[in-house]
Ligand binder design. Structure first.
Ligand SMILES: Nc1nc2c(ncn2[C@@H]2O[C@H](COP(=O)(O)OP(=O)(O)OP(=O)(O)O)[C@@H](OP(=O)(O)OP(=O)(O)O)[C@H]2O)c(=O)[nH]1
Length: 715
């Protein structure tokens, strides 16, 4: 078991100025709260947080991350609370520890949904503080190292599969290659023990011969570099087992045919020397053209940089050689962690944040995908990137998933370019929209203003962005179609039931009906009628039931309430300088004569009247504003909403209704909300002649028994 002093030494070696005290304190606290707990291995539980902290120190992370690693499961597994952690170690450590704790709580029915949920949580946690995921990776790595202590084979396989599905790709995407490799190889060993042993056996077979080969080739490369005065270190590396297996499966190769089981790495000091070394190598051994990859010019999204070349080696064999600087080599192993400041308080730098902006994108693009299968599929594409690099006609480089098409490219440029894409030229030639792009292609998208995405595109696009934007467009179209169909169906059904559809859609009963069905808006309700999810008759029945209920209420009140005024097209307002213009009233502020008003010229729908104090009037475009005034001779009445706050008592509504009626105002609508403190707010929509009439009604209501407050309110 690693000791705390070993961890502290590692941190000190990385950064002699690090705050070691927080690590010490976290260790003491963790030891205290985990006291008495044991792991399946029989070791004290403390060994786990210590090993996790050791892995984090190997990743050269900052003391805050290491302290959080020591405490990573105290909230979940002991009596410790987030507040205690915050008091003792500060908000940063507490935030990270509680982030790790949240990740371990996944509630879902199916295995698929569980996986989707845990990936979604990880993405969110990464977008919040990437250190949460680094700790989770270290935690998983140690759990994999000790997986052998689990008794059940099934359990070991399940955990290994999850590691291959989620944790290894995440480590790869974050560029922490050493963790990715270890996770893959350990999972491989538990998942397919026979195959693992076979490959392991084949790699170690003829070990001595292989080591001799490595020494010889390394010596040759080194000598050639020295001759050219190029300082460098040359290493031989064995491909990891899981990667060998993947290559054999994906390219249908036998073990002997995987030529890069041994490869060489040249580490030099500057970027230009990397290219120089490449030239020297190619002069020594003939390169295989198609196997050259310049990840220095085009780094991978996980920041990996290196030149890869394959040459015909000294014995006529293929030799893969990777060339990079020392700094690139560090990043190749540690990825994002290599860029993580391990000095106190130093945050991840902006450049690195930009490189990892894909995390944010992933979170945003997937926020609306609810189906676990679809979610996993889309994340899989993003987590197992196999990029192609293509160019815009202006020479800008874009990286896309392998298999991407011009439509993916178009959506990557801009959603509108995608939506209006009609054709594409690749390297100057027209290609079908489902053409698979290759690295180096120059792609030009042809758009047409009124063109729209097609459902068929979903069958070939590869990127999450293109998929989600096309689906979004289809959804909007379907919704629009459903709304107009739904409206038509409802109108017919209402007519048949002798209900006035146009009046009722604007009523408060409709708000209630919408809520009864569990929808948020009238549009949603109508669209669902159009989709066929509810029938128009179900909507009609709600209204019929409502009027039946109403009839059982107090009869005086009922008669008054049901005297709904059928209003004629509103006059009563003159628009200055224009005679014959359609005038409508803002539903938002319900102006009545006497109110200061203003007009808003709408597109094709005449002028809308608002009170000058209405928020909509305050924010309207001044160019569309027009002066209007009340017509003095108008005989019209106007709806206005009032709120009456009072104590709840028997007969209150009847008293109010008769008082309002006595004062010459008709009641168009009423509803009450009873509060816990035995008071009630009654909302009446009245038809009044003007503000004076309204004032008279309000004053009269104040005289009704036990009324606390009366006021006019906006709708
Ligand atoms: N650190 C790091 N190394 C990378 C990355 N991508 C590629 N490499 C290195 O490059 C090797 C080969 O990758 P590629 O050139 O992409 O080609 P291949 O996948 O072999 O297919 P191809 O031969 O082109 O058909 C990898 O081997 P293995 O994956 O077997 O790994 P390791 O060597 O560490 O066990 C790594 O050594 C990366 O993102 N990070």
């Amino acid at each position: 078991m690693i000791r705390i002093n070993d961890i502290i030494d590692k941190v000190f070696d990385n950064n002699p100025e690090a705050d070691l005290d927080i690590i010490d304190r976290a260790y003491i606290y963790s030891a205290r709260v985990h006291d008495g707990q044991v792991r399946l291995s029989g070791e004290p539980y403390l060994s786990h947080p210590l090993e996790v902290a050791g892995i984090l120190a190997d990743m050269r992370l900052d003391p805050v991350s290491i302290a959080a690693g020591l405490l990573h499961d105290v909230i979940e597994d002991t009596h410790a609370t987030r507040e205690q952690i915050e008091d003792m170690f500060g908000p940063e450590v507490a935030h990270i520890v509680s982030g790790v704790t949240k990740l371990s709580k996944v509630h879902a029915n199916s295995a698929q949904a569980r996986q989707a949920e845990s990936i979604r949580k990880m993405l969110l946690a990464m977008a919040d503080d990437i250190r949460v995921i680094l700790i989770k990776l270290a935690d998983r790595l140690h759990n994999m190292r000790t997986l052998g202590f689990h008794k059940k084979e099934e359990k070991k396989k399940k955990i290994s599969q999850e590691t291959l599905d989620i944790y290894a790709p995440l480590a790869s995407r974050l560029g922490i290659y050493w963790i990715k490799k270890e996770l893959e190889d350990t999972s491989f060993m538990y998942m397919y023990p026979d195959e693992y042993s076979r490959i392991k056996g084949l790699v170690s077979k003829d070990k001595e011969e292989r080591e001799n080969y490595i020494d010889t080739v390394r010596g040759m490369i080194k000598a050639e570099m020295e001759k050219a005065g190029l300082p460098c270190e040359v290493k031989g590396r064995y491909k990891h087992f899981f990667s060998i297996r993947q290559k054999m499966l994906s390219q249908n190769l036998s073990f002997e045919e995987v030529y890069d089981i041994i490869a060489f790495r040249i580490i030099t000091d500057t970027k230009s020397r990397c290219y120089e070394a490449l030239g020297i190598l190619h002069a020594l051994w003939k390169p295989i053209d198609i196997k050259f990859k310049d990840y220095i010019g085009r780094p991978k999204p996980n920041m990996y940089q290196s030149l890869h070349t394959t040459v015909i080696g000294p014995y006529g064999e293929r030799v893969e050689i990777q060339i990079r600087t020392l700094e690139m080599d560090n990043v190749a192993e540690s990825g994002i962690a290599a860029h993580w400041g391990y000095k106190e308080g130093k945050r991840i730098d902006e450049n690195v944040s930009k490189k990892f902006a894909w995390i944010q994108n992933l979170v945003e693009n997937q926020a609306n995908i609810n189906d676990p299968d679809e979610f996993l599929e889309s994340v899989r594409i993003d987590l197992f990137p196999d990029e192609v690099y293509v160019f815009t006609p202006h020479g800008e480089i874009k990286s896309l998933n392998k298999g991407s098409t011009p439509v993916d490219f178009a959506y990557m440029i801009h959603t509108e370019v995608g939506n209006q894409c009609v054709g594409a030229k690749v390297n100057g030639r027209m290609v079908p929209l489902k053409y698979e792009l290759n690295t180096g292609d120059i792609v030009e998208i042809i758009t047409a203003n009124n063109h729209h995405p097609s459902k068929d595109w979903l069958s070939f696009v590869k990127t999450v962005k293109a998929k989600s934007r096309i689906k979004q467009w289809i959804k909007i179209q379907e919704k629009e179609r459903s709304i107009s169909l739904g409206r038509e169906l409802c109108e017919k059904a209402f007519r048949k039931a002798k209900l006035n559809y146009n009046a009722l859609v604007k009523s408060e009963e409709m708000d209630q009906v919408i809520a009864d069905f569990g929808f948020k808006s009238l549009e949603d309700l109508i669209a669902n009628v159009g989709y066929g999810k509810i029938t128009p008759l179900q909507v009609v029945r709600k209204f019929e039931r409502k009027s039946e209920l109403e009839e059982t209420k107090d009869s005086i009140f009922n008669k008054l309430v049901n005297k709904v005024i059928k209003k004629k097209n509103r006059a009563g307002v003159t628009v200055k300088g224009i005679d014959d213009v359609l005038v409508r009233f803002g539903k938002c502020c319900q102006p009545v004569p006497g109110d200061a008003i203003t007009g808003y010229i709408t597109q094709g729908q005449g002028v809308t009247v608002h009170r000058v104090s209405c928020v909509n009037a305050l924010t309207m475009n001044p160019e569309r504003q027009i002066d209007i005034e009340w017509n003095q001779q108008s005989e019209e009445t106007y709806p206005v909403k009032i709120q009456i706050h009072s104590y709840d008592r028997v007969g209150l509504l009847a008293d109010l209704a008769s008082n309002i009626s006595k004062n010459g105002a008709n009641i168009l609508n009423v509803h009450s909300e009873i509060r816990e403190d035995k008071t009630v707010d009654s909302f009446f929509t009245l038809a009044v002649k003007d503000t004076d009439h309204l004032k008279k009604v309000l004053t009269a209501i104040k005289k009704v028994k036990l009324i606390a407050k009366v006021k006019r309110v906006d709708v």
